[in-house]
Design a protein around this ligand. Structure first.
Ligand SMILES: [Zn+2]
Length: 138
């Protein structure tokens, strides 16, 4: 057992219909996506920080700086979207080490390899996902 193996610890849930090779593949995709997102997050925050002081005044000063407010809002929206995605990915990586990956967190049904290969961070089976979209906020 080397240290690097324990970093990539994974437990395959037998009910998930997945095997270790598949889960390891999803795990490395999730880790790569997380790395990309945190690099992007860092860039976005730097972009925001450089404009932040100007924005404070822009709100008061009006029209001329409105553009900068708008672009900052865009950056903030992007950051929020990325945070959300990073959260989903981290949760999926946690489920991998906990042996719960590939199972719906709502009903416990297998999410399925086909769906996971499109959305490796999926936490819900397609039925629960659709139900949640039909009843937002439920
Ligand atoms: Zn479900």
């Amino acid at each position: 057992m080397s240290a690097s193996q324990s970093d990539n610890k994974l437990v395959v849930a037998p009910e998930s219909g997945l095997n270790e090779t598949l889960v390891r593949g999803f795990q490395s995709r999730l880790q790569a996506a997380l790395k990309d997102l945190s690099a992007e997050d860092h860039d976005l925050r730097q972009k925001l920080a450089s404009d932040e002081v100007a924005t404070e005044h822009a709100v008061v000063d009006g029209a001329e700086s409105a553009l900068s407010v708008e672009s900052n809002l865009e950056v903030i929206t992007q950051i929020q979207h990325e945070r959300q995605e990073m959260g989903d990915i981290l949760a999926a990586l946690d489920r991998i080490t906990a042996g719960e990956y590939g199972l719906c967190t709502e009903c416990g049904a297998p999410i399925g390899e086909a769906r996971l290969s499109v959305v490796p961070e999926a936490s819900h089976c397609i039925d629960c996902q659709e139900a949640a979209e039909r009843h937002p906020g439920h």
